[in-house]
Design a protein. Structure first.
Length: 192
């Protein structure tokens, strides 16, 4: 059983928020472990100390919203303010360093836009490769006969081999019952 740790409202909310930011899957069990307390104590602190409960919520949910907002800004383009140190002449031979605000236009980023859309509507925008398969009910022997009739035996054999057919094309029958292609004895390979 973990030692009893007193709640510290200046320390514990910041700790739990930080833990949630570091670990996206920060469950109550993980948070309790990181804080060195039991899950029961964690629940008690959340019900008893609103600032602690808010820190857990902020760490788990609000930060995701901030990131989503920044991604949206990047995807659509936005205007930001940057500070820059400049040297300004204030008299003869004298200058002073001043900090000035500069507005900068960030153009839309297509990669960010695509990512945003993929998150919002994955069915329409997510990168994916789909393999479409279909089968056609064809009598293989009729198909081979048609190839032989149209192109002749040597070309039909070459076409079948290019398509990856691994049946016995020399003599006898195919494994599915189609007639083999007649081949001259010089090209026939011995059966082993």
């Amino acid at each position: 059983m973990p030692a009893k740790i007193p709640y510290d409202k200046t320390k514990h909310p910041a700790l739990v928020r930080g833990f949630c930011l570091q670990d996206r899957d920060a469950t109550d069990a993980k948070l309790a472990f990181m804080l060195g307390i039991s899950r029961r104590t964690l629940q008690y602190w959340k019900t008893r100390h609103p600032e602690f409960k808010q820190a857990v919520h902020d760490g788990k949910h609000v930060c995701d919203s901030v990131v989503a907002s920044r991604l949206y800004d990047r995807a659509t383009g936005c205007e930001i303010t940057e500070q820059k140190a400049v040297t300004v002449a204030i008299g003869e031979g004298q200058s002073e360093l001043q900090i000035v605000d500069l507005k900068k236009e960030i153009p839309p980023d297509t990669a960010a836009a695509k990512h945003w859309l993929a998150l919002r509507d994955p069915e329409r925008w997510k990168d994916r490769q789909e393999m479409v398969t279909f089968s056609v009910d064809v009598d293989f022997s009729e198909w081979v006969s048609e190839l032989r009739r149209r192109f002749g035996d040597p070309v039909a054999k070459q076409l079948l081999e290019q398509q990856g057919y691994k049946g016995d094309l020399i003599e006898g029958e195919f494994s599915d019952g189609a007639q083999a292609l007649p081949v001259s004895p010089a090209r026939a390979e011995p059966h082993t």
